[in-house]
Design a protein. Structure first.
Length: 657
């Protein structure tokens, strides 16, 4: 119980730090009246969307709570409700900070790059600390209350409901937010940049406010909810596997999470940069420093809990996996390396070769992350059986506070650049926000790779817990029911990807038609004499996202239930493994290809291969437009598929036995 109390205390520290940082961001200079007006429109659109989304989800979540109460148990239903509420709260807090920080980052860029970085990073830090603080607070509180009420084993099994609730919010936040942001982005690019030839974030583009809103609802609220579900899920899976071992095995994941909070806070203190050259380096070093703190601390934790260094080496494999996956993602998506440079060169011969090269790059980029996950699973299993796999996932996510802060900083910087452009701020301000945005694009791409890798390890931990709880010693592929489950699992990510990609296409179609209509009906827009109807475009993205997110959501939740009830637990286990392998590969390929297309375009815009206005640039804009839903909607949403299928199977396991 000492672990619970100490960990709960550290979560309070994290949340107090979160509040203090939020206040410091809010107190910064918000810029001139024009900047505040634009930021107000972005904030209003973001809050309107998330309010409508959460009201829709509240009805859906209430139905699940009732069904869980009837068929599984009251405590599981209560844990589901708390998990969903905390996940939604973390996303809301992060988005609120981002919509405060964007305009203040743009204003600070008028002073220096260092001042702008400070505001942007602090805005992201609010999200990082909110996620880990609320995640660990929820788990420790429920453990403390539940242990004294229904017993330790019962409350840990009920915590599957907590993870189910978090994953439900993550699913719709990722899918809904992804559809929203890419409908706006594609609409703005196709009509504004391609057809009219006006710059990105030009205030004459009716979709530009919706595009900036989308950065917040997709890459802030969506990413936060996604990683929140991975963070709490990995710890719950490890605790469930620890039930068959010792009390030390149960509480060790909580202690490791608390250590990660300390490490993340330490890493945040070293983020300083005075020029563009050191910007990306300092962000990387802050993450590596936090990982080093966790590694050193885990040596002492391993000795204190187990009297040996075994768990230290398991933690080392998990941390190393996170670092390698991030470096691999950077290699395939950064313009500093050959893959993106070759992609930019391919743009010289048109959009077709750009897209072909990008697809090849995305498929090849799956190799290193998948081999890393395989190696980590194998080594962790040899060291500590299935429990080791779960702890490696906890270790990989232990530095989530700092890694999510770095990731969430990107959309804030992107919004700051948009506000600077729309407010007609001096060139040096836009240059500084562009430098922040360039680093932010890189951190966002790396963050997506990290999210998919951590989701894969978390899903493996869930599968380990599922196999243990279901009493499955082996799953035979010679069993036709198991084989059926495997093939259904392999199929689901492709159907899910099709639904999310076409959802963006449909929503973007409506956006494109609206932007064209406004340009035709109000000629004064392009002359700068008439202000576009931004609100109409925001409404189109909102309605399209909420309407299109329902079917993909049900696709993930319903089939595992049917397979479990009709074909049994072995077939369900086969389905989980089939979906896990396919979704990981597809998610990595889509995310990295999209990130590479985006950065190839930006590389050309620096003056390479003819620069802006060249044929290569026009081709790269098409490639980037194709890559938008790949990297920001379908790819990241596949993280949720592999986690949610597993947690549905675990939570509802009593119905399948």
């Amino acid at each position: 119980m000492t672990t619970i109390i100490v960990s709960a205390g550290l979560t309070i520290v994290a949340l107090i730090a979160c509040l203090a940082i939020y206040i410091s961001v809010n107190n910064a200079d918000p810029g001139n009246e024009r900047m505040q007006k634009i930021a107000g429109d972005i904030s209003e659109g973001a809050m309107a969307f998330i309010g409508r989304e959460y009201r829709t989800l509240a009805v859906f979540a209430l139905i699940i709570v009732v069904l869980l109460w009837i068929f599984v148990g009251a405590w599981t239903a209560v844990c589901y409700a708390i998990g969903a509420t905390f996940s939604a709260s973390a996303g809301f807090i992060g988005m609120r900070a981002a919509t405060k920080g964007n305009v203040r980052t743009a204003a600070a860029a008028g002073n220096s790059l260092a001042d702008a970085l400070k505001i942007a990073f602090r805005s992201g830090a609010v999200m990082g600390l909110a996620v880990v603080g609320l995640g660990l607070l929820g788990l420790t509180s429920l453990l403390y209350i539940g242990t004294g009420t229904i017993g330790l084993e019962s409350i840990i099994l009920s915590l599957f409901g907590f993870s189910f609730g978090a994953s439900t919010i993550a699913l719709f936040s990722r899918v809904g937010g992804g559809i929203y942001t890419k409908a706006a982005d594609v609409g703005a690019d196709i009509v504004g940049k391609v057809e009219q030839g006006i710059p990105e974030d030009d205030p004459r583009n009716p979709a530009t406010i919706a595009d900036n809103v989308g950065d917040n609802v997709g890459d802030i609220a969506g990413m936060g909810a996604d990683l929140y579900s991975s963070y709490v899920g990995s710890m719950i899976a490890a605790m469930a596997l620890g039930l068959a071992l010792t009390e030390a095995h149960i509480y060790f994941p909580i202690a490791l999470g608390a250590l990660g909070i300390v490490a993340s806070l330490a890493g945040m203190f070293i983020v300083r940069a005075n020029d563009e050259e050191t910007l990306q380096k300092v962000l990387r070093y802050s993450f590596l420093f936090a990982a080093f703190v966790v590694l050193v601390g885990s040596w002492f934790l391993s000795d204190a809990y187990f009297g040996s260094a075994t768990m230290f080496w398991v933690v080392f494999t998990g941390l190393a996996a996170g670092v390698i996956i991030e470096l691999s993602t950077e290699y395939y998506t950064s313009s500093h390396f050959n893959p993106v440079k070759r992609l930019a060169e391919a743009s010289e011969t048109g959009a077709a070769t750009n897209i072909i090269e990008g697809l090849g790059l995305g498929f090849m980029s799956t190799a290193i992350p998948m081999l890393v996950i395989i190696a980590v699973a194998f080594v962790s299993y040899v060291l500590a059986d299935f429990y080791g796999i779960a702890i490696s996932a906890v270790a990989m996510l232990s530095t989530l506070g700092i890694s999510l802060a770095i990731d969430a900083y990107g959309p804030v910087a992107d919004n700051a650049g948009g506000i600077a452009e729309m407010s007609s701020l001096p060139d040096e301000v836009r240059e500084r926000t562009d430098a922040l945005d360039a680093a932010g694009n890189m951190t966002a791409a790396i963050g997506k790779g990290f999210a998919i890798g951590s989701a894969g390890l978390t899903a493996l931990a869930f599968f380990s817990a599922f196999s243990t709880r279901a009493g499955l010693d082996a799953i035979s592929l010679l069993n036709i029911e198991v084989l059926t489950g495997v093939f259904l699992g392999v199929l689901m990510p492709f159907i899910f990807t099709s639904l999310t990609m076409t959802a963006v296409s449909r929503a973007a179609f409506d956006m494109i038609e609206e932007v064209r209509r406004q340009f035709k009906a109000m000629p004064g827009i392009l002359k700068g004499e008439t202000e576009p109807d931004y609100r109409r475009c925001v409404d189109i993205s909102t309605i399209g996202a909420l309407k299109q997110m329902i079917v993909p959501g049900f696709l993930i939740i319903i089939p595992p239930i049917i397979v479990g009830l009709v074909l049994g637990t072995e077939a369900l286990g086969g389905m989980i493994i089939g979906a896990l392998g396919t979704a990981m590969l597809l998610g990595i390929a889509l995310s990295n290809a999209g990130g590479a297309w985006d950065n190839a375009k930006k590389f050309i815009e620096t003056g390479e291969h003819g620069g802006k206005g060249s044929e290569a640039h026009a081709a790269s804009v098409i490639g980037d437009t194709v890559g938008d839903p790949a990297k920001d909607t379908s790819g990241p949403s596949l993280n949720i598929l592999i986690k949610l299928m597993s947690i549905v199977a675990l939570t509802l396991l009593p119905l399948f036995l």
